[in-house]
Design a protein around this ligand. Structure first.
Ligand code: ZN
Ligand code: ZN
Length: 326
């Protein structure tokens, strides 16, 4: 009956409450936040490497990640905790990419907006269709590198450490390094014939075929196919040893401050083993131009893509509102 349905929805939706499942989810995310050494206010900020959470009854631009095949059986349809992590891009059981929107109408999957009379959480709140429909003929080949990243990231979380350049590093240091590699790949993909593009290609990583994420959004906000490309490249970067790093940097005249591409850039601790061996440069670029300095075409395009995306998303809400008012 309704009581049961409500319980099920409440158990499955990952928002803080008192049920066991949510406590488990909260515990998992809190302990992950702690291993990233975030301060105690991580309840207010978003935790890196986790998909943003929508508040109960609030609309969100991003859907929850799910595997349509895992959600097939009504009674067993559950949201898995592992799907909350940004590096989760494939279902481990079915080896298909996770989805975050409805196949039928394209709205982000938002189980927190489901009404209890739909009975099960495997429905789209907007068109009410079952979200577990899946066309087997359209299954893309699994990107084994991205899959490898996902497995390794899970392992690092379980073990509590990893190894980088032959040195044992913490969970935080490993994930910081991976985020740094992903940034390098993104920079390379935008400009393949420039320094970082050449560097990444010299490692044998094919960035010509990956679309540079055109929105410039944070990793957790990127659609799954873009995350798959980036994670696949990051795991290959992870296999490059320090000798090869230093050799390639020397060839491409990459210096310490080549890595300071923005004011926010922090060279991760586990990369210092390379960074400290690179030549320093004393020519500091003046940063006083501020907003009067013309933006690069790339920055302008990124902004434009973000505006376009926002408008697209807004359409959904306007539609939803119209339906509601009818
Ligand atoms: Zn599955
Ligand atoms: Zn739908």
């Amino acid at each position: 009956g309704f009581q049961y349905v409500n319980e099920q929805i409440h158990r499955d939706i990952a928002i803080l409450a008192n049920s066991q499942h949510m406590n488990l989810e909260a515990q998992t995310l809190i302990s992950f936040a702690e291993s990233l050494e975030l301060s105690n206010n991580y309840k207010k900020i978003s935790i890196p490497w986790t998909q943003p959470l929508s508040k109960r009854n609030r609309r969100s631009l991003l859907g929850y990640q799910y595997c349509p095949l895992c959600m097939r059986a009504n009674e067993e349809a559950r949201l898995k905790i592992s799907w909350r992590f940004t590096w989760s891009v494939y279902c481990e059981e079915h080896r298909i990419p996770l989805q975050s929107s409805c196949n039928q109408c394209g709205h982000p999957y938002q189980p927190q907006l489901l009404e209890a009379n739909l009975r099960y959480i495997n429905h789209c709140h907007h068109c009410k269709a079952n979200i577990s429909s899946y066309n087997n003929e359209l299954v893309p080949l699994v990107n084994e590198d991205a899959y490898k990243f996902q497995n390794l990231a899970n392992k690092v979380c379980m073990d509590g450490f990893s190894y980088v350049f032959g040195t044992k590093v913490s969970i935080k240091d490993w994930f910081d390094l991976m985020a740094f590699y992903i940034n390098i790949v993104r920079r390379g993909a935008i400009n393949p014939s420039y320094m970082f593009g050449k560097l990444v290609k010299s490692f044998g990583i094919d960035i010509d075929n990956i679309d540079p994420p055109n929105t410039g959004l944070r990793l957790s906000h990127l659609p799954v196919h873009e995350r798959i490309d980036l994670l696949g490249c990051a795991i290959k970067m992870d296999s490059i040893d320090s000798d090869e790093w230093l050799e390639r940097c020397a060839e491409l005249k990459i210096k310490q401050n080549s890595f300071n591409w923005s004011k926010q850039t922090v060279v991760p601790k586990s990369f210092h083993i390379i960074y400290k061996k690179l030549p320093r440069t004393h020519s500091y670029r003046a940063r006083s131009f501020g907003s009067a300095y013309p933006k690069s075409p790339d920055a302008v395009m990124k902004r434009w893509e973000r505006v376009k995306r926002k408008n697209e998303m807004k359409k959904f809400y306007d539609e939803a509102r119209m339906n509601y008012e009818k």
